[in-house]
Write a protein that binds this ligand. Structure first.
Ligand SMILES: O=C(O)CCC(=O)C(=O)O
Length: 333
């Protein structure tokens, strides 16, 4: 097989973890988390008929936190439950069945089942396996990365993607109005209906040393926005004013991250959120972020209506693919 999956490593790591998973003291969650405080990222009721109130709440959350949770978002709870059920079932299949969807080494595509191969800057590895595949638009979907087992995987994921549009449209409308733009202008700046929804499933097995390891290290998302549902195991942390806080798990809420592209189009008014994920000693944590992204060849930059002599552009305009390449290869933006 070649690549060792974290799920397998977890099976034989009962008390300790391999050295490459032990974070430096600057990153270890036990040493760097503000204890006893669960971060109260704003919770916004998307069904509130007072649109101005919703816009104000989204502007405030996106400018000060870069993260918020939405409730009454219109995606049926049953749809989310079924998405989670089939994702969990996939990761519980025997290894050889999952390996059928593995990314081939050297593949340029992000899609497929995998474990991050390259170590990070500090030489460390993350305690997580994942599955990536696009769920929208239909022309971008590569069904070879969608598990055939469990058999309802495809139906349940298609159903989730269908319901996701309503939330995406509402969020972009509010973000746009909050900048003084027309309701459709933010979405159009991200590619309109050609935006790509990339689903990732993070599978964080139980870890005997959650104080030392991280599931996902600190990062901001390259996407425009990310819409995430976790299972009921708390693990997401957000950085606010240079401190790391646990983000509360709210059943049936969607967690929204402002990504780098919204920060760029807003010319810095909205902030992309620095976040990371912890792991758990007793329970497997799973999360399903959907990265809502501009098409790869779309040039993204500060919206022309938001820049003038008094507000010069704070970011260079770049094709989204080029932005991702620079960020992943750590070349100057
Ligand atoms: O699992 C989480 O809550 C966060 C996941 C995440 O940040 C990522 O996959 O980029």
């Amino acid at each position: 097989m070649g690549v060792e999956r974290v799920q397998e490593i977890a099976n034989f790591s009962k008390e300790t973890i391999p050295e490459e998973f032990i974070r430096t003291t600057y990153e270890q969650p036990a040493l760097t988390t503000v204890q006893g405080t669960v971060l109260e990222v704003p919770v916004i009721d998307l069904s509130d008929p007072d649109e101005e109130k919703v816009v104000r709440a989204i502007v405030d959350a996106s400018s000060n936190w870069g993260m918020f949770q939405v409730v009454n978002h219109g995606i049926p709870h049953e749809t989310v439950r079924k998405l989670k059920e089939v994702g969990k079932a996939f990761f519980e299949l025997p290894p050889h069945e999952k390996e059928a969807y593995a990314k081939s080494p050297g593949s340029q595509s992000i899609e497929g089942y995998g474990t991050k191969l390259q170590r990070e800057v500090e030489g460390k590895k993350a305690w997580v396996d994942h599955l990536f595949h696009k769920i929208w638009p239909p022309s971008e979907i590569n069904y070879q990365f969608w598990p055939k087992n469990p058999p309802s995987y495809r139906k349940n994921n298609e159903e989730y993607a269908k319901h996701m549009h309503g939330v995406v449209n509402k969020l972009f409308r509010c973000l746009s109005l909050g900048l003084g733009l027309e309701g459709n202008e933010m979405k159009e700046a991200m590619g309109g209906d050609n935006m790509v929804y990339l689903l990732k499933i993070n599978y964080y097995p139980q870890c005997p040393r959650p104080d030392l390891a991280l599931g996902v290290p600190a990062h901001t998302d390259m996407s425009a926005i990310t819409i995430l549902v976790p299972n009921d195991v708390q693990g997401l942390q957000a950085c606010k004013d240079d401190h790391w806080y646990d983000v509360e798990y709210i059943p049936n809420a969607l967690i929204v991250h402002i990504g780098d592209q919204v920060e760029i189009v807003s010319n810095g008014k909205y902030k992309s959120v620095l976040h990371r994920a912890k792991v758990n000693k007793e329970k497997t944590r799973i999360s399903w972020p959907v990265f809502v992204e501009p098409p790869s060849d779309l040039e993204v930059g500060p919206h022309p209506k938001l820049v003038n002599e008094a507000n010069p552009p704070q970011f260079e305009s770049k094709k989204y693919s080029q932005y991702c390449f620079c960020k992943l290869n750590k070349t100057p933006k």
